[in-house]
Design a protein around this ligand. Sequence first.
Ligand SMILES: *[C@@H]1O[C@H](CO)[C@@H](O)[C@H](O)[C@H]1NC(C)=O
Ligand SMILES: *[C@@H]1O[C@H](CO)[C@@H](O)[C@H](O)[C@H]1NC(C)=O
Ligand SMILES: *[C@@H]1O[C@H](CO)[C@@H](O)[C@H](O)[C@H]1NC(C)=O
Ligand SMILES: *[C@@H]1O[C@H](CO)[C@@H](O)[C@H](O)[C@H]1NC(C)=O
Ligand SMILES: *[C@@H]1O[C@H](CO)[C@@H](O)[C@H](O)[C@H]1NC(C)=O
Ligand SMILES: *[C@@H]1O[C@H](CO)[C@@H](O)[C@H](O)[C@H]1NC(C)=O
Length: 551
Amino acid sequence: MQGGKLLTVLVCIVSTVAMVNAGDPYFYYTWNVTYGTIAPLGIPQQVILINGQFPGPNLNSTSNNNIVINVFNNLDEPFLLTWSGLQHRKNSWQDGVAGTSCPIPAGTNFTYHFQPKDQIGSYFYYPSTSLHRFSGGFGGLRVNSRLLIPVPYADPEDDYTVLINDWYTKSHTALKNFLDSGRTLGSPDGVLINGKSGKVGGNNEPLFTMKPGKTYKYRICNVGFKSTLNFRIQGHKMKLVEMEGSHVIQNDYDSLDVHVGQCFAVLVTADQVAKNYYMVASTRFLKKEVSTVGVMSYEGSNVQASNELPKAPVGWAWSLNQFRSFRWNLTASAARPNPQGSYHYGKINITRTIKLANTKNLVNGKVRFGLNGVSHVDPETPLKLAEYFGLAEKVFKYNVIKDEPAAKITTLVVEPNVLNITFRTFVEIVFENHEKSMQSFNLDGYSFFNVASEPGRWTPEKRKNYNLLDAVSRHTVQVFPKSWSAILLTFDNAGMWNIRSENWERRYLGQQMYVSVLSPEKSLRDEYNIPLNTNLCGIVKGLPLPTPYTI
Ligand SMILES: *[C@@H]1O[C@H](CO)[C@@H](O)[C@H](O)[C@H]1NC(C)=O
Ligand SMILES: *[C@@H]1O[C@H](CO)[C@@H](O)[C@H](O)[C@H]1NC(C)=O
Ligand SMILES: *[C@@H]1O[C@H](CO)[C@@H](O)[C@H](O)[C@H]1NC(C)=O
Ligand SMILES: *[C@@H]1O[C@H](CO)[C@@H](O)[C@H](O)[C@H]1NC(C)=O
Ligand SMILES: *[C@@H]1O[C@H](CO)[C@@H](O)[C@H](O)[C@H]1NC(C)=O
Ligand SMILES: *[C@@H]1O[C@H](CO)[C@@H](O)[C@H](O)[C@H]1NC(C)=O
């Protein structure tokens, strides 16, 4: 008896150690998720706090660190956090979306454990459950380069996180009821910078301070609901240095269009007259622009910022041209010492082309969104768990959609949307947007090369114009109105991974799907065992865990 117990304990320790590299340092956090009341737009409203903060704390790390976060869900609803952009190599268990994890029940806690393996860059985390993200619970997430690996710019004086987002004064529950009733949301009520909104000429506390002559890094992420935001700073250029984990060619920009879910890191030098300056975040592509300002001040000065704000660009062609100026720096080091450009993605043969067309249709009189005619719903049993326990056929069907969608999608089927992709194949995904609205998509578990974004319809001939040399490797892709975007990647990370619209009403109403990437070898080399603390729900609740892999 005694011996049996000891053996179990030993097996647990061995399997935990096998999951992570024991040589990498551990960082432990306890996060208390609660409701609170604040008034970001002057009207008190319910928000979600992490350790009393809105936005949540910045999660600071270095490549390969072990991050252990014990999350206490003190809301009255099930809750999950996802780590946008972290690849979770072999470890979709930690991705924190409905297709991989049971939500953390209200009043309980769950411990995430992950390593940003061979990754650097600027990201953010947020709640993936319900519409919680629209009450808060999001925060910055950075992965610093290890000390021995050079970054292609001098160490900045400081490193600031700038979370920008559109915002509604209604609670997440009210917004959810609205979408559930079959309607879509109107324009946002305002825009926030790090949870605050400011007024020109108002008494705005500085959000950031710079020492004259020094250079600072600002990591700008659009953590919003559906609006592309243009970000600019009075009188200052922004030197773009990194995008979602890739070092880029360092161009200077007066302003940046940040589509929902995207992150940029820029360098800003305090080389102007010492006074205050406004940072502006304003919506793009909406009938009526909604905007906010925040103050950046020079140390030792309290001269008011000028009331004259830099204007936002007009039209989406500007945004497309800006996208085309983004280039990978081929000679810069990646998270490992080898240069980024040593991976020649342009020389690999494409084995499969998947076209994904987004649509908006009515289902039983209610608005739903979909991809290739399927509007995704999350089954109670997470897809990954159903698959892992050998019960997939009881929960969902693979490959309900075709790789080539119908020319015109007039109806939507509401069911789980899961594509099966062969491990380690090099795949082309073409996002087709036949609608007049702006789209942006995210793929979990990977970064990919966005080789082209063009107006009109995609045809195989368009491949001639792909950027097969220095497209930026990232995890989000924007698709302009009546346009398409193509991405290329190798599906070498086994797991169940979410492809989703970053427009949250579209994602919530079905414009998302999963790809199941299974390794034929049942081996720890390709995928970790299910963590022992995993919550089990739906049809796998109470079942014994499948036999773990040992090699
Ligand atoms: C979390 O916050 C709530 C409300 O402030 C408090 O009652 C609770 O004790 C906290 N829990 C932990 C684990 O800190
Ligand atoms: C963030 O991490 C880096 C390296 O891991 C460290 O140098 C820096 O001081 C940390 N910053 C904060 C604010 O903790
Ligand atoms: C919940 O928190 C306690 C510490 O307060 C910890 O011992 C336990 O492992 C946590 N549970 C989970 C499932 O992470
Ligand atoms: C690219 O990276 C290299 C190596 O770190 C650096 O020397 C160079 O300045 C960068 N080039 C551009 C155009 O940013
Ligand atoms: C890629 O495809 C071309 C043309 O079909 C073929 O000649 C070549 O051998 C392929 N390369 C690889 C690495 O499979
Ligand atoms: C996935 O696809 C491959 C090839 O298309 C097929 O052989 C395999 O049976 C599929 N697996 C599942 C679980 O559907």
